[in-house]
Design a protein around this ligand. Structure first.
Ligand SMILES: [Zn+2]
Length: 110
């Protein structure tokens, strides 16, 4: 059956052993490979065919975690910069106080 308006992808016509589409269970399918010829995503650990949506969703969640981490570390950096500035100011004040005390002590000794 051929319809000029329907485009058939070569990947879906590829022959090979029938593979069962599975949801993540047991194996977390952390390492995957895209088999472009067969048009499937394969788990490199358990060799099962993985639903591409599940893989895409995993990448999206991981990217979101990374983004949240970036926001957290950016806030931490800002807080540390404020703390560092407070400490620098305190050091300047202590040095000034030390100079005044030395000056006063020298005055008393005279
Ligand atoms: Zn797996």
């Amino acid at each position: 059956m051929s319809d000029a308006k329907v485009i058939e992808l070569a990947a879906h016509k590829a022959e090979g052993p029938k593979r069962k589409l599975v949801r993540p269970s047991g194996c977390k399918h952390l390492k995957v490979e895209i088999d472009e010829d067969a048009g499937v995503v394969l788990c490199l650990t358990c060799s099962k065919v993985i639903d591409p949506f599940v893989v895409l969703l995993g990448y999206a969640k991981e990217e979101n975690f990374v983004f949240q981490d970036m926001i957290y570390w950016d806030e931490q950096t800002t807080e540390l910069k404020v703390e560092a500035e407070k400490l620098r100011k305190e050091i300047r004040n202590l040095k000034a106080q030390k100079r005044r005390l030395i000056k006063t002590k020298a005055h008393i000794a005279l």
